[in-house]
Design a protein around this ligand. Structure first.
Ligand SMILES: Nc1nc2c(ncn2[C@@H]2O[C@H](COP(=O)(O)OP(=O)(O)OP(=O)(O)O)[C@@H](O)[C@H]2O)c(=O)[nH]1
Ligand SMILES: [Mg+2]
Length: 651
C-alpha cells in the first residue's frame, strides 16, 4: 500500500468516526430533552453505520480469471483456480489476521472452520458431476488484505453461463453488491451473453471493467483491443458513463508476482493500478454515499431537536394557569392532527396497494404474452448435444437435449423479462413513485404547518428553529431517516438519495423485481417425460435424429408456454408483493413513525414544563439551565455536522 492510500483510508475512517460521535452526541441530547423518537432514530443510524459493510463483488463468465484476480490481491493461492470451471461457492473475503476460512452449509447458522489451504478442495466445481450442487452455500476467508480493512467485503463468485445452478447463486447474490468488478477476456470482450448481462443486471452500477489475458495479446495489437472493448461498452451504455473504468491486466502473472514478492512484476501486470483505483473509489465515492445518507438524516434530526428547545423554554416561561388554559384549547387541534396523521398513513397504504396492483397487472400481462414466444424461442436454442442415431445412446442424449432446450428457452425468456422490466415497467413505476413523493410532500408539509401553528398557539414563539435552515429539504426526506433511508441511501443507486432528496431518489430507484425465474431452469419433469415418450416413438420408427430433435423443440416449447402461462399470475403477484414489502413498507414505516413522534414530542414538552412548574421555581431554573446547555451542545453538534457534510461534498 502506498502512503497516499494510507492517508485516504485514515481520513475516511476519521470522518466515519466523527459522524458516529456526532450521532452519539445527538442521541444524548435527544435523551436529555426527552425526545424518545429522536433517540430511536439515532440508535438505528448508529447500528447501520457500524454494520454497514461495503460489498465489492467480482463477476463474469466462467474461466475469466475472477479467482486468479482475487488471489492476486490476497497474494496467495487461496481460492480455486483452474482451466475448467472452478468456483462453486460464493466466497467472501474479510479483513482479519491470522488468516482463516469458514464454510456454511444450507440452513445452518454455525459455520465449519477449515484451514485456508483446505478451502480450494471444498469449494471447487465437481467436473464429473456438474449438475451437483456444492454442499456449502457460502465461504468466508479472513485475510490481512488492506483493501478490506475498512469494512469492505470482497466477493468471488461462481462463473456465469456455465451451469444454471451456479448462475442462480451468482445472480441472487448480485443484489447485495454495492460495487461490481466485471471480468472478461481481453481476447474476446463483450460476447452476446456478457452484453446481455451488463444491460440487464448492471444497469444501476458503475462497474470496474477488467479485461484479463492481456498477456495473450501481441504488443502491436493491444491498442486495437483496448479501443475495441471500450467502444463496445460505450456503445451499449452511452458515452460518458464508464470513462476511466477500463483495466487491462494479466492476472496470472500478477498472482505469481505477488506470491514471489516481485513488486515490479505486480506493477507491470496492471493489477496494481486497478487495486489503487479501487481503493481511491472506496475512500471517495463509496465513502461519500455511505456517510452522506446518515449525515443528512442526522441534520434533519438536529433541526427537529433544535425546535424542541426554544419551545420548551417558552413553555417554562408561561404562567401555570395560562399554560393550563392553552393546553386545554390545544386538545382538539391535537386530536385533529392525529387524525390527519392516520389519514396520511392510510393514504400511503392505499397508494402502495395501487402501485402493487399496477406492478402485478403489468407484469402478469407481460409474462402471459411472453409465454406465447416460448415455441419460437425453443426452436432456435443452440444445442451442444446431438442425439445421433445410435439407439443405445438415444435415451440418455434425448434427455440431455430436452434439458438444454428447456434451459435455453428459460434463459432467453428471463432475459426478455429483465429487458422489459427496465425498459417498460420501470419508467411507469418511476412516474408513479414521483407522483407519490409529491403527494407525500404536500401531506407532510400541511401536517408540519399545522403542528407549527399548534406550537405557536401554546408558546407564542414564532419560528423556533434557526432561521434560514429549516425548509431547505423536502419534508419526505426529513421523514425518511430510519429503515427507508436504507432503501434510498444503501443501494448502488442510493447516491441520488444521498445527494438530493427523497423525491429524486424515488424517481431513480432501481426496481428490482424478484421474479423467481429459477423455477423455469429446473426441469419440471415434463421435458424428461417428453424426451422418453418421443424416444419411445423413435426406437419404433427409427426417425432421424434431427427430426426427433425438432419434435422435442416443439414439445418443449409448447409445454413451457403452458407452464409459463399457468405460473404467470402467481409470479406476478409474488414479485409485486416483494416490491411492496422491500420498497414501500420501509417508507410507510418511517413516515408513520415520524408523524407520531412529532405529536408525542409536543405532548411531552408541555407535560415536562408542567411537571417542572409543579415542583417549584428551583426545578424550573434547573430545567432551564439544562435546556440552555443542551442548546449550546446542539449548536456545536450542528456546526460539526455541517463541516463534515461540506467536507464530504468536496470529495
Ligand atoms: N494467461 C493468463 N491466464 C489467466 C489470466 N487470468 C486467469 N488465467 C487462467 O485462466 C484460468 C481460469 O482462471 P480462474 O481464476 O479459475 O477463472 P474464474 O473466472 O474464477 O473461473 P470460474 O470460477 O470457473 O468462474 C486459469 O487457468 C488461470 O490461470 C490472465 O490474465 N492471463
Ligand atoms: Mg473462480
Amino acid at each position: 500500500m502506498t502512503t497516499t492510500e494510507a492517508v485516504g483510508y485514515g481520513a475516511a475512517d476519521a470522518q466515519r468516526l466523527r459522524l458516529m460521535e456526532i450521532c452519539r452526541q445527538l442521541g444524548k441530547i435527544a435523551g436529555q430533552i426527552g425526545n424518545g423518537g429522536a433517540e430511536g432514530v439515532v440508535t438505528a443510524l448508529l447500528e447501520r453505520m457500524d454494520s454497514d459493510a461495503f460489498h465489492v463483488m467480482v463477476v463474469g463468465d466462467f474461466n475469466r480469471g475472477k479467482s486468479t484476480f482475487v488471489n492476486a490481491l490476497l497474494g496467495a493461492q487461496v481460492l480455486p483456480v483452474k482451466a475448467t470451471p472452478a468456483t462453486a461457492v460464493i466466497t467472501e473475503v474479510k479483513f482479519g489476521d491470522p488468516p482463516a476460512a469458514r464454510l456454511w452449509r444450507e440452513d445452518t447458522a454455525v459455520p465449519e472452520t477449515v484451514h485456508p489451504e483446505e478451502l480450494t478442495a471444498l469449494i471447487t466445481v465437481n467436473s464429473e458431476e456438474r449438475d451437483q450442487r456444492n454442499p456449502f452455500v457460502r465461504a468466508e476467508v479472513i485475510w490481512p488484505l488492506e483493501l478490506c480493512r475498512h469494512n469492505v467485503v470482497l466477493i468471488d463468485s461462481p462463473g456465469l453461463n456455465e451451469h444454471a445452478n451456479r448462475d442462480e447463486i451468482t445472480l441472487t447474490h448480485l443484489r447485495k453488491a454495492d460495487a461490481v468488478i466485471f471480468l472478461q477476456h481481453a481476447i474476446a470482450p463483450m460476447s452476446i451473453s456478457e452484453s446481455q448481462f451488463l444491460t440487464s443486471y448492471l444497469d444501476a452500477h458503475d462497474p470496474f471493467f477488467v479485461f484479463t489475458y492481456f498477456d495473450a495479446i501481441e504488443d502491436t495489437e493491444r491498442d486495437d483491443v483496448v479501443a475495441g472493448a471500450r467502444q463496445r461498452i460505450l456503445g451499449l451504455r452511452g458515452e460518458d458513463r464508464d470513462e476511466n473504468r477500463f483495466y487491462f491486466v494479466d492476472a496470472k502473472t500478477a498472482l505469481r508476482a505477488r506470491v514471489a514478492d516481485d513488486s515490479t512484476g505486480y506493477e507491470n501486470s496492471g493489477v496494481a493500478d486497478l487495486e489503487q483505483a479501487l481503493e481511491r473509489y472506496l475512500v471517495t465515492d463509496r465513502h461519500k454515499v455511505k456517510l452522506l445518507a446518515p449525515a443528512r438524516a442526522l441534520r434533519g434530526l438536529a433541526r427537529e431537536l433544535d425546535r424542541n428547545i426554544p419551545h420548551e423554554l417558552a413553555l417554562l416561561d408561561t404562567k401555570a394557569a395560562d399554560l393550563e388554559r392553552r393546553w386545554e384549547a390545544a386538545q382538539q387541534p391535537l386530536r385533529d392532527l392525529e387524525v390527519q396523521a392516520r389519514q396520511i398513513t392510510l393514504d400511503i397504504g392505499n397508494q402502495t396497494r395501487m402501485l402493487q396492483d399496477r406492478v402485478e397487472a403489468l407484469l402478469g400481462g407481460y409474462l402471459a404474452s411472453v409465454a406465447d414466444e416460448a415455441p419460437a424461442i425453443a426452436a432456435e436454442v443452440p444445442l451442444t448435444t446431438k442425439i445421433g442415431i445410435n439407439p443405445l445412446k438415444v435415451p440418455e442424449r434425448a434427455e440431455q437435449v430436452t434439458q438444454e432446450i428447456a434451459a435455453g428457452t428459460a434463459r432467453a425468456i428471463e432475459q426478455k423479462v429483465a429487458d422489459w422490466v427496465s425498459s417498460s415497467l420501470e419508467p411507469v413505476i418511476h412516474q408513479d413513485m414521483e407522483k407519490l413523493a409529491e403527494r407525500m410532500n404536500a401531506h407532510l408539509d400541511s401536517f408540519e404547518a399545522r403542528l407549527d401553528e399548534l406550537r405557536i398557539s401554546l408558546t407564542g414563539v414564532r419560528d423556533a428553529g434557526r432561521a434560514g435552515e429549516r425548509q431547505e429539504e423536502q419534508p419526505l426526506t426529513r421523514f425518511l431517516s430510519g429503515a427507508a433511508g436504507l432503501v434510498l441511501g444503501g443501494v448502488a443507486g442510493g447516491m441520488v438519495g444521498a445527494r438530493f432528496g427523497a423525491k429524486e431518489a424515488l424517481r431513480t430507484l432501481p426496481i428490482t423485481l424478484a421474479i423467481a425465474m429459477a423455477w423455469m431452469f429446473t426441469p419440471f419433469g415434463i421435458p424428461t417425460l417428453i424426451g422418453s415418450m418421443l424416444v419411445h416413438g423413435f426406437i419404433k420408427s427409427r426417425e432421424a435424429g434431427s427430426r426427433l430433435e425438432n419434435k422435442m423443440r416443439e414439445a418443449v416449447g409448447r409445454e413451457m408456454a403452458t407452464q409459463i402461462r399457468l405460473a404467470a399470475p402467481k409470479q406476478a403477484r409474488e414479485a409485486a408483493q416483494a416490491f411492496a414489502t422491500t420498497t414501500m413498507e420501509p417508507i410507510a414505516r418511517d413516515v408513520t413513525g415520524g408523524l407520531s413522534s412529532r405529536t408525542r414530542e409536543l405532548t411531552r414538552s408541555v407535560e415536562s414544563a408542567q411537571e417542572s412548574r409543579r415542583q417549584g421555581e428551583t426545578a424550573v431554573e434547573e430545567r432551564r439551565a439544562e435546556l440552555e446547555q443542551l442548546d449550546a451542545l446542539l449548536r456545536r453538534a450542528g456546526d460539526d455536522l455541517g463541516d463534515l457534510v461540506d467536507e464530504l461534498a468536496l470529495l
